[in-house]
Write a protein that binds this ligand. Structure first.
Ligand code: MGD
Ligand code: MGD
Ligand code: SF4
Ligand code: MO
Length: 688
């Protein structure tokens, strides 16, 4: 029997594609982008076009398993679901009784970003009184940086980009990470727009740009301050918009005064003429759209970087016109009633919070109580978390009970006491809204779960039962009722959601308020755009956009002498974080774990293209293959991520090198602020 189902991709990608899946006798035979979805527009990325390779992968976990080898070895024997869940429940109960429930730590993030799969565990762990996980590994710093400037999550509509005259992709490798933005940009260019890419790496996106500005890593704040300096000095801003809808202009004017084009050129490594040229191009039209990526936010001053760039459209009033404005995250993403799933109830035991970025510390040095049981789902911390040496040392602890629920055998499952099989998104129902657009859509399973896979919510429902707690609607309500609850949104369309379309799996559009700034409706303390923020000052952060050079950047200090290269580890074209790394095609297309070096930097170290090299700093080391290229500037190294540790010599990936310290606001990770040295690899080491 052959039929076509519509589902939605739930990988952590802003596009949230609607997908037509052709199924024959219960097996996927073809996968296509939904031609009727306004963002998907009939095409998918290469990774998901060949998704059958993941669904039917040899690396899939087929049954629940119990560890029989040493921790880290990955040797298991099959057990039943009942035995696996009984064992997990018994261990959580044992740890809670012996050490207190805070000795239990859930660890989850974005294997599925569908609303139910992503948030299904919170209720269970809150009720238990487990340590709460601050889910900060991706974008909390960016969210905070924007919130203090524009209010939370304000975003211009990417579907208006065809009206743009200037599109700036700022630290966003959209061709790889947000591919469905590109058709809108292509249309704008046909209408005469220019595409500017601001990125230290001439990546796939920069190669398509009309103008690529290879800024030094970590110098976006001075660049944006310089642009504002020129806009203000040359009167290229909208004084009326500023007067009506912003606060703090005079303070901002003072803050940008010192950022002359000449000084900005020195700091950023760009030409002064380019700084002036970009400011003039930006000031020449309101139809200038800034798509801000996350690359530049994964640094000590990540929130400040977002805040600073987000001030630009507040000076020119670009927010006001179609094709103008700013987008970091589409509005839809956060507008569902997720609190019902995620918020602790008043009767839940109080519990400490552990920042997920600091997992390496939580598992090795955290006390009162130490973590004694770890439940990992929707994440692969052995690959994606920083300070990897500490993460792996923690996972290897004999006294730590580890359960891992995943689709694939990964470096993390290698350390599990109990492994549980999860379905891919093709095998489960959920509700999805993407970070890059304004839609929400019901996703239906295209095929039945493979092997013995069970979805996250079912696993937590069964664990809940085993704890003997009174039934909770989070785990007992039918799917439809749950979806209806989550769809309670301030931006429900007038007249309610179109039920027929909803249940037919069609994308529905949020009724996003237009121009909320025009009536003081921004969700900032003043209701206006805050060029100066008293709320930030009260938190000890400068009220106006401010740059302080990073000690782990271009400053001539001791660290820089020992580790002169800035390592960036942005997201690989053919992976989604550490997902899809299991497919042979993705591995082949990525070509192995590698680091790009400028010819001068490679030559100075006696490294030829294709050589194995050792990349190291005080935190750790990893072996990569050298790719010599002028696509990076001297002093910058780029290693696309996140390859699994097991695919490197010594089972160590780039997160051996990254820090578990936090960003300025939001408790985010500093993945892209990472000084290293590179040397020829000791004989015998190969990169893969
Ligand atoms: N193919 C693919 N798509 C993905 C993902 C994936 O792994 N693979 N991951 C998804 C996830 S979880 C996320 S968060 C998004 C992230 O998607 P993006 O926002 O595009 O983030 P990154 O790829 O981390 O970095 C983007 C760019 O920032 C640049 N960059 C680094 N430091 C700086 C800096 O200091 N200044 C400037 N201007 N640029 C800098 C990098 O060189 C890189 O080209 O992508 C999502 N989509
Ligand atoms: N060096 C470096 N490290 C980084 C980054 C970087 O730029 N540089 N980026 C960071 C960013 S932005 C992010 S978002 C994180 C992402 O890191 P994670 O949130 O860990 O995301 P994934 O790597 O995709 O891994 C998720 C795991 O969940 C599994 N999974 C998928 N669907 C399900 C399901 O329905 N149920 C269960 N139980 N499991 C499922 C997948 O098979 C996969 O093994 O990585 C971070 N790590
Ligand atoms: S990974 Fe992104 S581009 Fe690819 S199918 Fe999923 S949502 Fe679409
Ligand atoms: Mo992310």
């Amino acid at each position: 029997m052959r039929h076509t189902r519509t589902t939605v991709c739930t990988h952590n990608c802003p596009d949230a594609c609607s997908i037509r899946v052709v199924v024959e006798d219960g097996r996927i035979v073809a996968i296509q982008g939904d031609p009727e979805h306004p963002i998907t527009q009939g095409f998918l990325c290469g990774k998901v076009n060949r998704y059958a390779e993941r669904v039917y992968s040899e690396r899939r976990i087929r049954t629940p398993l119990r560890r029989v080898g040493a921790k880290g070895e990955g040797r298991f024997e099959p057990i039943s679901w009942d035995e696996a869940l009984d064992t997990v429940a018994a261990n959580l109960r044992r740890v809670a009784e012996t050490h207190g429930a805070e000795a239990v730590l859930p660890y989850s993030y974005s294997g599925s970003v569908a609303k139910i799969a992503m948030n299904a565990g919170h209720r269970f762990f809150h009720r238990l009184g487990a340590s709460r996980l601050a889910r900060t590994i991706c974008s909390t710093q960016a969210a905070e940086g924007q919130a203090c400037t524009t209010g939370p999550d304000l975003a211009s509509d990417p579907e208006t980009i065809p009206h743009s005259k200037l599109v700036i992709l700022w630290g966003s490798n959209a061709v790889s990470t947000n591919i469905h933005l590109m058709p809108f940009i292509r249309q704008a260019r046909k209408n005469g727009a220019r595409l500017v890419v601001i990125d230290p790496h001439r990546n796939h996106t920069a190669r398509q740009a009309d103008w690529h500005l290879p800024v030094r890593p970590g110098t976006d704040i001075p660049l944006a301050l310089g642009l504002m300096h020129v806009l203000i000095a040359e009167g290229l801003y909208d004084a009326d918009f500023v007067a009506r809808y912003t606060v703090g202009f005079e303070a901002l004017r003072a803050a940008v005064a010192a950022y002359t084009p000449g000084r900005v050129a020195e700091i950023t490594g760009l030409a002064a003429d380019d700084v002036v040229g970009l400011a003039r191009a930006y000031g020449a039209t309101k139809a200038a759209f800034i798509r801000m990526g996350l690359g530049l936010t994964r640094r000590r001053d990540g929130a400040m970087a977002v805040r600073t760039v987000a001030c630009l459209p507040c000076l020119t009033g670009a927010w006001e016109v179609p094709g103008g404005g700013f987008m970091r995250q589409g509005w839809a993403y956060k507008q569902l009633d997720l609190g019902w799933l995620t918020a602790p109830r008043p009767e839940d035991p109080p519990a400490r919070t552990v920042n997920m970025v600091r997992l390496g510390e939580a598992l090795t040095t955290l006390a009162d109580p130490p973590v004694k049981a770890l439940f990992v789902y929707n994440s692969n911390p052995a690959a994606v978390a920083p300070a990897q040496a500490r993460v792996l040392a923690g996972l290897a602890r004999e006294d730590l009970f580890v359960a891992v629920h995943d689709v694939m055998f990964t470096d993390t499952t290698d350390f599990a006491d109990i492994v549980l099989p999860a379905p891919t998104f093709m095998e489960q129902d959920d509700l999805v809204s993407g970070g890059g657009n304004r839609h929400v859509q019901v996703a239906r399973a295209a095929i039945a779960p493979e092997h013995e896979a069970r979805p996250n919510r079912q696993v937590f429902a069964e664990l809940w039962q085993r704890m003997g707690w009174a039934p909770d609607p989070v785990y007992t309500e039918p799917f439809e009722a749950l979806v209806r609850r989550l769809l309670h949104s301030p931006w429900t369309p007038a007249g309610g959601w179109d039920e027929a379309a909803l249940w037919a799996g069609r994308p529905l559009r949020f009724a996003v308020p237009e121009a909320p700034w025009s009536n003081g409706g921004l969700r900032t303390p003043s209701g206006r755009f805050e060029l100066a923020s008293d709320a930030l000052a009260a938190r000890g952060v400068p009220a106006v956009p401010t740059w302080t050079p990073s000690p782990e950047g271009d400053e001539p200090n001791d660290l820089k002498v020992r580790y002169p290269l800035q390592l960036l580890t942005p997201h690989a074209h053919h992976f989604i974080n550490s997902s899809l790394v299991e497919t042979a095609a993705s591995q082949r297309l990525e070509g192995g774990p590698a680091v790009r070096l400028h010819p001068e930097d490679a030559a100075a170290r006696g490294l030829a293209d294709g050589a194995a090299c050792r990349v190291y700093n005080d935190r750790g080391a990893c072996t990569l293959t050298v790719r010599v290229t002028d696509a990076v500037r001297p002093g910058v190294a780029v290693a696309d991520s996140v390859w699994w540790p097991r695919l490197h010599a010594g089972r160590a990936n780039v997160n051996q090198l990254t820090s578990l310290e936090q960003t300025d606001l939001g408790g985010g990770a500093r993945f892209q602020e990472c000084l290293v040295q590179v040397a020829p690899a000791p004989a015998g080491d190969a990169a893969d």
